[in-house]
Design a binder for this molecule. Structure first.
Ligand code: OGA
Ligand code: NI
Length: 344
């Protein structure tokens, strides 16, 4: 495998003082970092304390407004213990600090492999590379996938499994809240997702000598249902809001939640799957750990019947998540979302 493997970024660039040519974006496709807005409370922070008590209607209202106006929000008091989060972040970082030969055991360029280490986004379809290595894991049902996960660092499987179970619980609670915020039955979205799917990435962005020339991840929308992102204390995530890029400052022990393409379809465009991107910096490595909560491949996704009427005809046809996911990975990471291919 190593013979055909593209070198991982972390090893390719250590000590380099310039970005190799295949990472340099054309001039009209660069981050323009001088134009980025960073203001406090850019993305709403929602306190989930009381979600299952008398404050539920108020919290659901806040979630609905955030989904409508931003497609993004952050959650605190989400019920996941700090220790579970810290262990996941540490073991993810340790993994990327292992020698290359050890990490390459998981290397694969096949996007449909359920456990794989790779670099950039999709080395098979892209022209310009991105400044990122990543380990991607399928994680639901856990028993089906855990044995494929790295066994080094030794606590990887245990720490990541504990994290996945907790994040899955949070995702299900948030999907209940999002269903209610759309006026749907509480379990509507969770029912539509079939037997559910859960993928996780550990993104590793090494320091970059010329951050203005490249991306950690170029602008994209997430293809799944909702994403719950954990990030370390190094900023890098930016969200498109009213045509401007806004950076999301890390807050310890919060998750950043964003609406993915499947909620845009289910909500018949009431909620939008918003473009976001990751930029890199010259000083510090950055780790982010998104959980991509998704339907199972056989689940049939389409606009909710209750959100279709004469004034709001169905904007999308129905499709299986397998069809959607295959389209997503075969077309490369483009600004224009994959949703256009499923319009009614
Ligand atoms: C992603 C993503 C953002 C980040 O992996 O889909 O948007 O901050 N990551 O790493
Ligand atoms: Ni994303």
């Amino acid at each position: 495998m190593a013979a055909t493997a593209k070198p991982l970024l972390s090893d390719l660039v250590s000590g380099a003082n310039h970005v190799p040519p295949n990472y340099v974006r054309p001039e009209n496709d660069r981050p323009n970092l001088d134009e980025v807005h960073s203001f406090d409370a850019s993305i709403p922070v929602i306190d989930l304390n009381g979600l299952h008590g008398p404050h539920r209607p108020d919290i659901i209202n806040q979630i609905g407004l955030a989904c409508q106006n931003y497609g993004f929000f952050q959650v605190k008091n989400h019920g996941i213990e700090e220790d579970v989060i810290n262990k996941m972040m540490s073991v993810g970082r340790e993994f990327f600090h292992l020698p290359e030969s050890e990490r390459l055991k998981s290397y694969s360029e096949d996007p449909f492999k359920t456990t794989r280490l790779c670099t950039s986004f999709n080395v098979r379809t892209e022209k310009v590379s991105s400044w990122r290595d990543y380990l991607r894991l399928h994680c639901h049902p856990l028993e089906d996938y855990m044995r494929e996960w790295p066994s080094n660092p030794p606590s990887f499987k245990e720490d990541a499994a504990e994290y996945c179970k907790n994040v899955r619980g949070l995702a299900v609670r948030l999907l209940e809240a999002i269903s209610e915020s759309l006026g749907l039955e509480r379990d509507y979205i969770n029912r539509v997702l079939g037997s559910h799917g859960q993928h996780m990435a550990i993104n590793y962005y090494p320091p970059c000598p010329q951050p203005k020339l490249t991306y950690g991840l170029p602008p994209h929308a997430d293809p799944n249902v909702i994403t719950l992102l954990l990030q370390d204390d190094v900023p890098g995530l930016q969200v498109l809001k009213d045509g401007k890029w806004v950076s999301v400052q890390p807050i310890p022990n919060t998750f950043i939640v964003n609406i993915g393409d499947q909620i845009q379809v289910i909500s018949n465009d009431r909620y939008e799957s918003v473009l976001h991107r990751a930029i890199v910096n010259s000083d510090k490595e950055r780790i982010s750990i998104p959980t991509f909560y998704c339907p199972s491949y056989d689940a049939i996704i389409g606009p909710a019947q209750n959100l279709i009427d004469d004034d709001h005809p169905a904007h999308y046809k129905s499709f299986t998540y397998r069809e959607y996911y295959e389209k997503f990975w075969n077309r490369g990471l483009r600004t224009q979302t994959c949703l256009d291919m499923f319009k009614a």
